[in-house]
Design a protein around this ligand. Structure first.
Ligand SMILES: [Zn+2]
Ligand SMILES: [Zn+2]
Length: 142
């Protein structure tokens, strides 16, 4: 069971501007985890609190002719929290980030090999590059 695969769902929920009403509180709680990204202890503390509030229920599953293996029972809150916690445990707390493009700020998981990701998308990266280029040019023009 690759628990980190559940983290994508957490990111999607945080970035979803209009979550289903029953998930509004969870969205806020998950967003707060990304808000403290960069402070590994704070990330871990917030996730630990959420792990207590939304415990996972493992279940045995067999499908597609494969052997029995563990899944997490369908639960949008518990799976999202567990996914983020698994990313922190297996890949590192510095994998959680928020887009540095000032008008964006979307949450993302940094899966780059050198942990250098700063933007949620190629679009935001190029937007930031253009802004930096214009700022440089403004400074250079007398
Ligand atoms: Zn399965
Ligand atoms: Zn972005």
């Amino acid at each position: 069971m690759d628990l980190t695969s559940y983290a994508a769902w957490a990111v999607r929920l945080v970035n979803d501007l209009v979550p289903p009403p029953e998930l509004i509180r969870l969205r806020q709680e998950l967003a707060e985890v990304f808000d403290v990204a960069g402070d590994e202890r704070a990330v871990a503390e917030r996730l630990n609190a959420l792990l207590v509030r939304y415990p996972v229920r493992p279940q045995l599953s067999a499908h597609d002719g494969g052997p029995w293996h563990l899944h997490l029972a369908e639960d949008p809150a518990a799976t999202a929290v567990m996914g983020l916690a698994a990313v922190v445990a297996e890949l590192g707390a510095d994998r959680l980030g928020r887009c540095r493009e000032p008008r964006c700020g979307r949450a993302f998981l940094d899966t780059s090999s050198n942990r250098s990701r700063r933007y949620c998308s190629a679009r935001c990266a190029s937007r930031a590059n253009v802004a930096a280029y214009r700022a440089r040019r403004r400074q250079e023009t007398p």
